[in-house]
Each structure stands twice: as structure tokens, then as C-alpha cells.
Ligand binder design. Structure first.
Ligand SMILES: Cc1cc2nc3c(=O)[nH]c(=O)nc-3n(C[C@H](O)[C@H](O)[C@H](O)COP(=O)(O)OP(=O)(O)OC[C@H]3O[C@@H](n4cnc5c(N)ncnc54)[C@H](O)[C@@H]3O)c2cc1C
Length: 588
């Protein structure tokens, strides 16, 4: 279990409060047991998965099955599953560590994710006792392979628009007809979680076995990346599904689908931590040994800038992921419900943070992998080096588990919904803030203690995020959901704010010396640049919503809030890059 666990908090409440730094979980607080599992998973990925990646890319699904069985032996398929169904329940911090290490494996990470997140979780959370006993032990040991069939050719983002239908038969069973698209593990899974509309109307989840009559999978898709993972259509032609394989209630499939997505987004964010760090290792080592103009390319400022920025962004996503994992663990530990119900509730509570991890993680990783290719020059573009494969493999992260566009809309959307339900005092806080901003005031003084200016700046970022959301609510009311550009700008402000605060808290916890000094460097540079991004996003949003004197008043308040003295981030990035090269990889 997580040691020195974070303090339980409502999802999104960090925007409205001065969160105490000590309440944030950081990777430095990991227990010995968590470090051991991290090490075991790392060895499995480098020693067994990556070694055989070419065979996986040749679509050797027997090998994929054997690797899943190995995961079962290592106990990493059932970290959410109680022992009575064959699992070894562990905390969310450990789950995040495992997802992170697996993330480095590219294709197999998707096979693993479909099994643990998409197939195990729905049965665990919504299955009957008989369903759990029948399916979980096999899924947890790796003997059974699972998949999740939500998307269709005509309904991806609009998942509830599915056409697959389920018709009840006289004997209580269901007959399924339809075709699902892009299903991970589709070509060799034994068990599918399938969403279909009962009588063409009521969106419902089912557990469907490949062995059932009328179930088949189509040809493998020819993909840009993740070539070593199976992606196929799954077809139901008068497929007969017994009554006892209904999962949850008729018409309540959306509950299953959305809860699974909450966890999927968290895990996707977590998976980008390992891949980011792996790419920094490759880039730093390559830059140290590749010589041009008589010197290692690592000595050039342009390359240092890249390695420094890669390190800063990797530190951002790692800090955000473990902070969120700590919040979920705190929610689970503080709950009086059983583990599954508590986990589900905590994941729902932190759905906002999980969407932020999904968007930030996938975009940070794409940035890092793109720069990894660039640092490798021509060698980055050919298959002799893994940089090219990573680049292709990662691109889909912005598309699945809800596209980044959809997740950006969800982030402020969920905040507003919670506020309207009375779960978050957001509207009151926004109103109070508006009064405060209209009153003439001197710029806030932040003091000059360790990271004090950054702590102060994060407080201001929160005010900007809250003010923009408050003005958007005032301007558009119930029609705010139609204003996708404003919502997306707000999402970017919120993501930068959560990232900045997570990094600053972590650096504060580590302290001023040793690794702490470098963490503080990374946090300072991030806050410095986030202030500029946040100002640009807020200006664009405010100019879309207001004009004339009102706009001028808002912009003046914005300038007052975001008065961040510029830092020498060139020197900071150089220090971080030199350290990455000296240590041959990610420095934290
Ligand atoms: C390799 C791979 C593996 C996958 N694995 C699975 C799996 O195991 N199970 C499964 O069920 N699915 C899976 N998928 C499908 C994936 O979840 C969908 O592709 C994804 O949800 C996007 O749906 P779509 O492709 O229909 O795109 P669309 O929904 O058509 O979106 C196209 C573009 O329009 C944007 N857009 C759509 N609606 C809106 C809106 N309301 N507002 C603003 N912008 C919008 C999107 O953001 C996107 O940029 C997988 C896909 C791939 C590529």
C-alpha cells in the first residue's frame, strides 16, 4: 500500500484551494515493495518483451499469449483483482508504475492494456459473482485473453451511437448482430466485452466468448504503428449470448463504458511516463556518442535545448501521474465500501485528472518522441534504431481512450457539471474572484524562499483558470458546451496549472539540494513557460467572449495576475541536458 499517502480530496478541488504541498504524493515516496515491482516489470519488458518485438510485429499471437501468461506469473495482470479471483490487489501507485514500464514496450503495452484495463475492469466492477468466478481467474493468469468492443465504423467518439443490436430471445438469451471496429486483441481474444443496443435502443454491455456461435474476427488492420498488437473488426452474426452473460443492467451500458474509460485514461497517462523516460535514455546516449564537426552533438546548444525540454516535460507527466495515483489511493483507503466499489468511486471522482493525464501524457510523449527522432537525424528515420518505431507507435495515444479533442471538452465540462450539482463551490469562487480582480490591487508579492515565486505563480494560474471558466459560464450559460474552442483553451490552462503545481510540490518535497536542485530547475522552467502559454490561452478565450472596455479590464487583470519575472531557461535546460547525458538518461 502507498506509504505516506496523499490526502483524499474531491476531484478538481485543487483549482479552488491552496493545496498544501505535503499532501501531494510523489514518486520519491514509493515503498520498497513498489520499487521491487517496478524493477521486476522493467526487467520483464527489456529482457523478454523488447527482445522479441520483431516476432510480435510478425503477428506471432502465440508469443503474445505466452507473454500474457508471463505477466500472469509475475502477478501484474490482476493488481486490481481480489485474491479470491486469482489476483493480488495492489494500490494505484503500483498499477501506474506497471503501466509506465509496460509503456516502453509499445505494441505489447496495448495487448496488456486491453487485457487488464478493458477486459478485467468491467467484469470486476459490474460482473455478477458467477461472472467473476468464471472469467477473472483466466484473465488474471493470462490463460484467457480479453478485448473490449465499443467502437464501430460509424461510431467512435459518439460511442453511444452504436448500431450493433441485441435482441432478446424467448429463452432469455440474446442474439447479437453488428460489427465492431479497431478492436485491440481482436484477432486472438477469447472473451470480448461487447456493447450493443437491446431492441436497437437500450445501450447494454455483454460478456461474449469467441467460442459462442456467430462470433468471428476480421482481418488485421494495416496500422501506422503498434504493428505487434492485434487490431481487427469483431463481427456478430446472429451471435447467441446466454442470459447470464448480460453485464450490468439493460440500458446501463454507458456506466460500464464510461467507468472503464476513466481508468483507461489514467493508465494511458501512466504508460507515457515509461516511454518518455525510455526515449530520453536513447536520445541522451545517442547525443553523447554521435560526433559531428569534431564533437559530440550533445555539446551543441540546440541539442541541449531539446534534451532539457524533454526532461522538463517528462518530469511534468511523471509528477502529475503519481500525484493522481496518490489521490485515487487516498480515496480508496478512505472509503468504507469494498475495494472494487471504492476504486470505481475514486476513479470517477478523479475523472477530470485522468482526462488531463491522457491529454498531457499523449502530447508530451509525442513531443519527446519527435525530438528523439530529430536528435537521431537520418538514423531517426530508419528502422535500424527504435526511435522511428516509438514515434509511430505513440501516435494513436491521442486518438484512443477518447480523442484528445473529446477529453479537452470533458475537462472543464466535468468541472462545470460538478459545480452545478453542488459538489464543487466553483461558481461562488469564480464570483468572488471576479470582485477581487475588479478591485485595483498591487501585484502580489511572492517572497523569495525556495520556489516561493513558483508557488505564487501557480496560485495565479488557478485564478486565471477559474476566472476564464467563470466568465465563460456567465457568457454562455447552458450553451457553454457549444463553445468548443473556449473549452479547449480552458482545458489547456487547467492542464498547465495541474502540471505546474504537481512539479512544484514534488520539488519542494525533495528539497533544495542534490536531485531537489534539478527538480526545482525543471519546475521553474515549466512555470516560466506555462505563464506565457496560459496568458496566450486566456487572452484568446477572453477576446472570444468579451469586447471593448470589458475585454480591456479583463486583460489588465490578466497581466496583473501573470506577472512572472522571466528566468534564464536556456541555462536551466543546459544543466538538465548535461545531467541527462552524464547519467545516460532521465535524471529523476
Ligand atoms: C490502434 C487502435 C486500437 C483501438 N482499440 C480499440 C479497442 O480495443 N476497443 C474499441 O472499442 N475501440 C478501439 N479503438 C477505436 C478508438 O477508440 C476510436 O478510433 C476513437 O474513439 C476515435 O473514434 P473514430 O475513429 O470514430 O474518430 P471520430 O469520432 O470520427 O473522430 C474524428 C475526429 O473528429 C473529432 N471529433 C469527433 N467528435 C467530436 C466532437 N463532438 N467534438 C469535437 N471533435 C470531435 C475527433 O476528436 C477526431 O479528431 C482503437 C483504435 C485504434 C486506432
Amino acid at each position: 500500500m502507498t506509504e505516506a499517502v496523499a490526502t483524499a480530496a474531491r476531484g478538481g478541488s485543487w483549482l479552488l484551494e491552496d493545496t498544501p504541498a505535503g499532501s501531494t504524493f510523489t514518486p520519491e515516496r514509493m515503498t520498497e515493495e513498489q520499487r521491487l515491482i517496478d524493477q521486476t516489470t522493467r526487467e520483464f519488458v527489456t529482457g523478454e518483451v523488447l527482445e522479441q518485438n520483431d516476432q510480435l510485429e510478425a503477428k506471432d499471437w502465440d508469443l503474445a499469449r505466452r507473454l500474457l501468461l508471463r505477466c500472469g506469473e509475475l502477478g501484474i495482470l490482476g493488481t486490481d483483482v481480489p485474491e479470491e479471483y486469482g489476483g493480488i490487489p495492489l494500490d494505484t501507485v503500483t498499477t501506474a508504475l506497471i503501466a509506465g514500464r509496460l509503456g516502453e514496450s509499445g505494441s505489447f503495452s496495448t495487448t496488456f492494456g486491453a487485457q487488464t484495463g478493458l477486459a478485467v475492469l468491467p467484469i470486476l466492477a459490474f460482473g455478477t459473482e458467477a461472472q467473476k468466478q468464471r472469467y477473472l481467474p483466466g484473465l488474471v493468469s493470462g490463460e484467457t485473453v480479453g478485448a473490449y468492443c465499443l467502437s464501430e465504423a460509424g461510431s467512435g467518439s459518439d460511442a453511444l451511437g452504436a448500431k450493433t443490436r441485441a435482441d432478446r430471445q424467448d429463452d432469455g438469451s440474446f442474439r447479437l448482430n453488428g460489427e465492431k471496429m479497431w478492436i485491440s486483441n481482436g484477432g486472438f481474444a477469447d472473451v470480448y466485452i461487447v456493447f450493443a443496443k437491446v431492441a436497437g435502443e437500450h445501450f447494454t454491455a455483454f460478456i461474449v466468448e469467441r467460442a459462442f456461435e456467430g462470433v468471428s474476427s476480421g482481418a488485421e488492420e494495416h496500422k501506422m504503428g503498434l504493428i505487434g498488437s492485434s487490431t481487427t473488426p469483431v463481427i456478430f452474426q446472429d451471435a447467441r449470448v446466454p442470459a447470464e452473460n448480460l453485464l450490468g443492467e439493460i440500458g446501463k451500458g454507458h456506466k460500464v463504458a464510461f467507468n472503464v474509460l476513466n481508468y483507461g485514461r489514467f493508465k494511458l497517462g501512466a504508460s507515457t511516463v515509461g516511454s518518455s523516460q525510455g526515449a530520453i535514455r536513447e536520445a541522451a546516449r545517442y547525443a553523447a556518442q554521435r560526433r559531428q564537426f569534431g564533437q559530440p552533438i550533445a555539446s551543441f546548444g540546440a541539442i541541449k535545448h531539446k534534451l532539457g525540454e524533454m526532461t522538463i516535460r517528462a518530469f511534468a507527466i511523471e509528477s502529475m501521474v503519481f500525484r493522481t495515483a496518490g489521490l485515487i489511493d487516498a480515496g480508496v483507503e478512505g472509503s468504507a465500501s469494498g475495494h472494487e466499489a471504492a476504486l470505481l468511486a475514486a476513479l470517477e471522482e478523479h475523472a477530470i485528472e485522468s482526462s488531463m493525464l491522457k491529454v498531457a501524457g499523449s502530447e508530451i510523449l509525442d513531443y519527446i518522441l519527435d525530438e528523439n527522432v530529430q536528435i537521431h537525424g537520418g538514423n531517426g528515420y530508419v528502422r535500424d534504431y527504435p526511435a522511428e518505431r516509438h514515434y509511430r507507435d505513440a501516435r494513436v495515444n491521442r486518438i484512443f481512450e477518447g480523442t484528445n479533442e473529446i477529453n479537452r471538452l470533458l475537462i472543464p465540462g466535468m468541472l462545470v457539471r460538478r459545480a452545478l450539482k453542488g459538489h464543487l463551490p466553483l461558481i461562488e469562487a469564480a464570483r468572488k474572484l471576479q470582485d477581487e480582480l475588479l478591485a485595483p490591487a498591487a501585484p502580489a508579492a511572492h517572497g523569495d524562499g525556495f520556489l516561493a515565486p513558483q508557488v505564487g505563480a501557480v496560485g495565479m494560474f488557478k485564478k486565471v483558470g477559474l476566472a476564464v471558466l467563470g466568465i465563460a459560464l456567465q457568457t454562455y450559460g447552458e450553451k457553454l458546451s457549444d463553445q468548443q474552442e473556449v473549452l479547449s483553451l480552458e482545458a489547456d490552462i487547467l492542464i498547465d496549472t495541474y502540471a505546474a503545481e504537481s512539479m512544484v510540490h514534488r520539488a519542494l518535497a525533495t528539497g533544495e539540494s542534490g536531485a531537489g536542485a534539478l527538480q526545482a530547475d525543471a519546475a521553474r522552467a515549466f512555470v516560466n513557460d506555462a505563464a506565457v502559454r496560459i496568458e496566450a490561452a486566456a487572452r484568446a478565450a477572453l477576446a472570444a467572449m468579451t469586447e471593448g472596455d470589458t475585454l480591456r479590464t479583463h486583460l489588465a487583470a490578466l497581466r496583473r495576475l501573470l506577472k512572472v519575472s522571466p528566468l534564464n531557461t536556456v541555462a536551466i535546460r543546459r544543466r538538465l541536458a548535461d545531467e541527462a547525458v552524464a547519467r545516460g538518461g532521465y535524471v529523476f
